[in-house]
Ligand binder design. Structure first.
Ligand code: ADP
Ligand code: MG
Length: 608
């Protein structure tokens, strides 16, 4: 290694590396997921390059695979864990830059979060592009050798090696003394010491790959397995399997018989099942859907409230298969930065990952939380985002996803009311914004909303309409952002309606009032803010006597009303005698088209 060059890590990297190691020590197994995800990325990049330059595949190796193997040392007490891919590889400069510096913008944000003690979980590591450093969780040193494919601009690439230890602030890069042994791609060698020997089990590794990577990795992953094979296997009777197994069992237990077996190594494909989204939903278990969700979110504890697995045709001849999830948790700042939703739709073409950045405009913002995987069959593999945007496919796909999301919420409301209640808490505001912004789906969406009311703690508009009193033509509501339902119920606007046996919706979300105004009509009834003009009782006929009394009062109080109108001129637009109130002597109401006091408070808060 005479020609080794030594580089200093960027100062942040040393900090980040130790942060990763210290915050993830109890989730060490993420290292394998991260390394396999990098191998997968490298193969995807190769596939993309090969679309315009076939030679990258044919030169050297044509296969695109990931291999995992264990080389035992000291009689199995320690060993080397080798992860190899035939992907895009890295040149000397790329090894230095990609593994020694961080070009990602979120890093300082990550450092701040982590140092403030906000849980740094495996999820963050993946999000912030720190995956590679997780190899130091299990290994004191890492050696990365890499060889990019030969191309016309780089016809004679050289294999370089990067070596670093988990401590220290520098790394070495040098031409690989073994020469170009890789053919193409990257090989990562981790030194597994005695204290980490749990990783020296093929079975353990296989289990981890099954758990984390079968869903997210579409390229074949092979693991080298060692099997005890009887020497005379061929001569044993093959028509009696039970007999054969019995023989093997006794062999394993009896040292005298050990001479009749040898250790045979062979590569075994781990992720041999078709990806979950292309399979028939009938053949996918609930467990598999849950695991897929964890793999998608790169978060072991992630859960969803429900999912939908469907296939179809966009109408322009593109058939697709898709899985959509409603997350059970969202990042704390999700709604502040709606942009965090832009990576939630992963587009694949014939199982090959194309993009998870279809642009902020792709999903309506009120559905930006959905996690979707779509695999299209009939798009060209080299579609770029630009061509996609001019493609009718995306517009049609968006329509389909919105419709499917509404169906999924509806199904949840029928099949699992408890989960739907949770969904209402998490996404109630989003669905209301949907009513405001999505005129086409407004009524379907309105059916999914749940409200507190004077009748029950949790009602839908359909139930409200069902429970209306005879003759009632308005859906009554009162809105007060952040107020408690029982306080809203005590408002003088509500008391008379309640006394007459009408139900009033008690709305406390910021989006409630504008949503109700935008909704305007539902199942033939108009929405009516009880604090505004225009309130009508449906039972006026029943109360003939009351009506007569109101007329009499109007005459009796005319002098007072006239005086008030004069005295308050310029401050109010009208003064009338009303039968709205029961115990309060008077109230101030807003014109039908004016802003309610609630809305005025919202607007005032927004201009601050
Ligand atoms: P991220 O994958 O989020 O970019 P990582 O820390 O996991 O962050 O990897 C850093 C970078 O190192 C990658 O972006 C990639 O350029 C490079 N890299 C890592 N592993 C490989 C690999 N097996 N083949 C090619 N490049 C790799
Ligand atoms: Mg990575």
């Amino acid at each position: 290694e005479q020609s080794a060059e030594t580089f200093r890590y960027e100062s942040d990297i040393t900090r980040l590396r130790s942060l990763v190691i210290h915050s993830l020590y109890s989730h060490k197994d993420v290292f394998l997921r991260e390394l396999l995800s990098n191998a997968n990325d490298a193969l995807e990049k190769l596939r993309l390059v090969s679309l315009t330059d076939r030679s990258v595949m044919s030169a050297g190796e044509g296969n695109v695979t990931i291999e995992v193997r264990l080389d035992e040392e000291s009689g199995g007490k320690t060993g080397l864990l080798v992860i190899r891919d035939t992907g895009i590889g890295m040149s000397k400069e790329e090894l230095t830059k990609n593994l020694g510096t961080i070009a990602r913008s979120g890093t300082s944000e990550f450092l701040k979060k982590a140092e403030e003690g906000q849980g740094v979980d495996g999820n963050l590591i993946g999000q912030f592009g720190l995956g590679f450093y997780s190899c130091f969780l299990v290994s004191p040193t890492v050696r990365v050798s890499s060889l990019p494919p030969a191309t016309s601009s780089n016809p004679d690439p050289i294999q370089y090696t990067f070596v670093s230890s988990s401590t220290g602030d520098s790394f070495d890069v040098f031409p690989d003394p073994r020469g170009n042994t890789l053919g193409r791609g990257t090989e990562i060698v981790l030194k597994i010491g005695e204290e980490e020997k749990e990783w020296l089990s093929t079975q353990r590794l296989r289990g981890l790959i099954d758990k984390h990577s079968t869903f997210s990795t579409t390229f074949p992953i092979y693991i080298k397995e060692r099997q005890q094979v009887p020497v005379s296997a061929q001569s044993l009777p093959t028509d009696d399997d039970d007999q054969l197994n019995d023989d093997l069992d006794t062999d394993a237990q009896s040292p005298a018989a050990a001479t009749s077996t040898v250790v045979e190594e062979k590569w075994v494909r781990v992720n041999d099942k078709a990806p979950i989204w292309v399979r028939d939903p009938k053949d996918v278990s609930e467990e598999e859907y849950k695991d897929f969700y964890k793999a998608l979110t790169k978060d072991e504890s992630a859960e969803s409230l429900g999912w939908s697995h469907f296939k179809g045709d966009t109408g322009s001849g593109v058939s697709y298969k898709a899985i959509m999830y409603i997350p059970a948790q969202l990042p704390k700042d999700f709604w502040q930065k709606m942009t965090s939703g832009i990576n939630n739709v992963r587009l694949m073409v014939k199982r090959v990952f194309i993009t998870d950045d279809l642009g902020e405009e792709f999903m309506p913002r009120w559905l930006s939380f959905l996690k979707v995987t779509v695999d299209a069959d009939d798009l060209p593999l080299n579609v770029s985002r630009e061509t996609l945007q001019n493609n009718r496919f995306l517009a049609q796909l968006q329509r389909i996803l919105v419709r499917k999301a509404l169906d999924l919420f509806t199904k949840l409301s029928i099949d699992s009311p408890e989960k739907f209640k949770e969904a209402s808490k998490l996404y109630g505001n989003a669905l209301r914004i949907g009513v405001l912004e999505d005129n086409k789906d407004k009524l379907k969406l309105a059916k999914l909303l749940r409200f507190e009311s004077t009748r029950s703690g949790y009602t839908s508009l359909e139930e409200y309409v069902e429970n209306r009193k005879e003759g009632q033509k308005q859906i009554y509501y009162i809105a007060g952002v952040g107020e408690r339902a029982e306080d809203l119920a005590r408002s003088p606007f509500v008391e008379k309606l309640k006394a007459r046996g009408y139900e009033v919706l008690l709305l406390s979300l910021p989006s409630d009032e504008p949503m109700m105004a935008a909704l305007d009509k539902f199942m033939g009834m108009t929405t009516q803010d009880v604090s505004k003009k225009g309130l009508k009782f449906g039972d006026e006929d029943e109360h003939e006597a009351e009506k007569k009394e109101l007329e009499a009062q109007k005459v009796a109080f005319k002098p007072l009303i006239d005086w008030l109108k004069k005295d308050l001129a310029g401050q109010v637009s009208d003064v009338t005698v009303t039968n709205r109130l029961v115990t309060s002597p008077c109230t101030i109401i807003v014109d039908s088209y004016g802003w309610s006091a609630n809305m005025q408070r919202i607007m005032a808060a927004q201009t601050d």
